[in-house]
Design a protein around this ligand. Sequence first.
Ligand SMILES: [Zn+2]
Length: 213
Amino acid sequence: MAGISFPAVPNLVTVDNYSNRLNMLIQTRVVYPHNFSNTKNEFKLLYSETIHSFLYGCPDAALSLAVRCLEQGLKHYLNENNIKEIHYKDKNNNKRIIKLSYARLFDLIQCDENPVKDKEILQYLKSLRNYTHEDKLVEDFHALEAIRHVTDVLNELFSFKTLTITVETCRLCGQKHSIDIDSKDYFIGNRIMLKCPNSSEYFNNIGEFIVDI
Ligand SMILES: [Zn+2]
């Protein structure tokens, strides 16, 4: 008897893989770049798409988008600081000046005006060229590394110390609360217990805040 044949299911991302990537992301403690994302709606959407690309198993897209966020972040920061042209050395070691609006990512990374001074991070940013200009496919781990480093830079350029969450009516005491969240706890996927400052130490949980993208 002929069996029923089902069409082949393409090898889409399984829930299990998604969960694994989400766990990797949470464990990496990538602090959501709140101030970068809030600078422009386009930045928010680009960053969100970066993270979603990683979570849905598209590491090549995630890395390219992370690099785009970095380029936009650096350009925006320099422009805000009234830097209209940048100085850098080309591959023949000749000094060059270029208008900021024409600068490409690697000009921005190598220019004298680059605000990122941490040598290790700079070295990493330079190494991104290996991924963006070669045919080698990006692995999840490398996409996550790019997200981590790029996000660190974005948070350095557009820094924040705390964010305030407002609870309009507390379910325990009925009052309005403003609760500060430290930036180091504001990592993507973190679940933060909100506590009522007026209640006892043991029964003070008024809800959970999840750092979403
Ligand atoms: Zn309360």
